[in-house]
Design a protein around this ligand. Structure first.
Ligand code: ASP
Length: 342
């Protein structure tokens, strides 16, 4: 029987309404698993309560601690795959950080699948147990190997690079709104079991950054938003606070106004990398315009384009890059260029 290790971190899946009417983390992972007795016939589950928090409390440091435990678990010969139960609000960030921080050697040909729920444990339309069952089915599926970290929710399988939480309330909140609109596959009920069907070839969606197996500290990297009327004050403050790199959540194809452009130029002159992502959902960022603040000018002064990564994922990739020895704007340009070719 295949053995799957499940790390519970919290999220709505483990929440209950307390005596004051407040929805809070309260249900343990083992309590959730106890509600799925039919599982015991198909899969051997080993559980670990890593935390029990809303995913808004997740941090890079916590996630890197989880990564260390995952690496130790993946190295065990008796473990076939891993499921991580996580709140949906920041699931795409944790999935991405883990995916980009686990090399194929560290994954050891095994699969890491994240899941959660939009409705709480006792909600009449609770989706947690069904999502957990889906994730276990994917983690124990032979075809899942070689794909890095996946998200399994509401019958769909998504790659960490592209998955986005699209809706604040719907159970089918996750989508992969990359240009090809590719989900990786589906999970359907098949009698008492599950049919996992992958629709893409088995490949990693992100080039992973090679880091030590043990705890890795992440530097400060901030996200600064471009919007009409923006200026450089927050960017300057970020650098004063010690940011080692900055992501600009630019507009359109990757453009800013003149005030922000001047501040970016100043930051780059201090050899601090600046990444340009876009607040548009699809299309990514690219050097398209030559006016002051346009992407072509940003490229000329040494900013790098985050390809299809939204600002919050570009920020995580930058943190891993810094930890992996990429330090200068030029280092970042070469690293991020690899994303475009994928
Ligand atoms: N606020 C919750 C969390 O992210 C939402 C969820 O789990 O769906 O922890």
């Amino acid at each position: 029987m295949k053995k799957i290790k499940v790390f519970f971190t919290g999220g709505t899946i483990a929440m209950r309404i307390d005596a004051d009417g407040l929805l809070k983390p309260a249900v343990s992972g083992d309590e959730l698993l106890a509600q799925m007795p039919q599982l015991q016939h198909a899969i051997c589950v080993e559980s670990s309560q890593f935390s029990n928090v809303s995913s808004s409390q997740m941090s890079g440091a916590l996630c890197m601690e989880l990564r260390s435990q995952i690496i130790q678990t993946l190295a065990r010969a008796d473990i076939f795959g891993i499921v991580i139960v996580h709140g949906t609000d920041t699931m795409e960030e944790s999935a991405f950080l883990l995916d980009a921080a686990l090399t194929s050697a560290q994954l050891a040909g095994k699969t890491v699948v994240m899941t959660g729920a939009m409705h709480s444990a006792e909600h009449v339309n609770g989706d947690g147990l069904s999502n957990l069952a889906d994730a276990l089915a994917v983690a124990s599926c032979d075809d899942a190997a070689g794909r890095g970290v996946l998200v399994a929710m509401a019958g769909q399988i998504h790659a960490a690079r592209w998955v986005r939480k699209m809706d604040s309330v719907r159970v089918d909140t996750f989508a992969s709104p990359n240009d090809a609109q590719t989900i990786q596959g589906t999970i359907a009920r098949d009698g008492d079991g599950f049919k996992v069907a992958f629709t893409t070839v088995a490949a990693r969606s992100m080039p992973a950054i090679s880091l030590a197996d043990s705890a890795v500290a992440l530097d400060r990297v901030d996200i600064i938003s471009m919007h009409s009327g923006a200026d450089g004050a927050l960017l300057n403050a970020s650098v004063d606070l010690g940011a080692k790199a900055v992501v600009i959540n630019a507009v359109g194809a990757g453009n800013v106004n003149e005030a922000l452009f001047c501040a970016i130029q100043e930051v780059l002159s201090k050899q601090i990398p600046v990444m340009i992502s876009t607040r548009c959902i699809t299309g990514g960022s690219l050097p398209a315009y030559g006016y002051v603040g346009g992407g072509q000018q940003l490229q000329k002064i040494g900013a790098c384009f985050a390809a299809d990564l939204p600002a919050h994922k570009a920020r995580l990739y930058a943190q891993l890059a810094l930890a992996g020895g990429y330090k200068t704007p030029h280092d970042f340009v070469s690293l991020f260029e690899q994303l475009d070719s994928q």
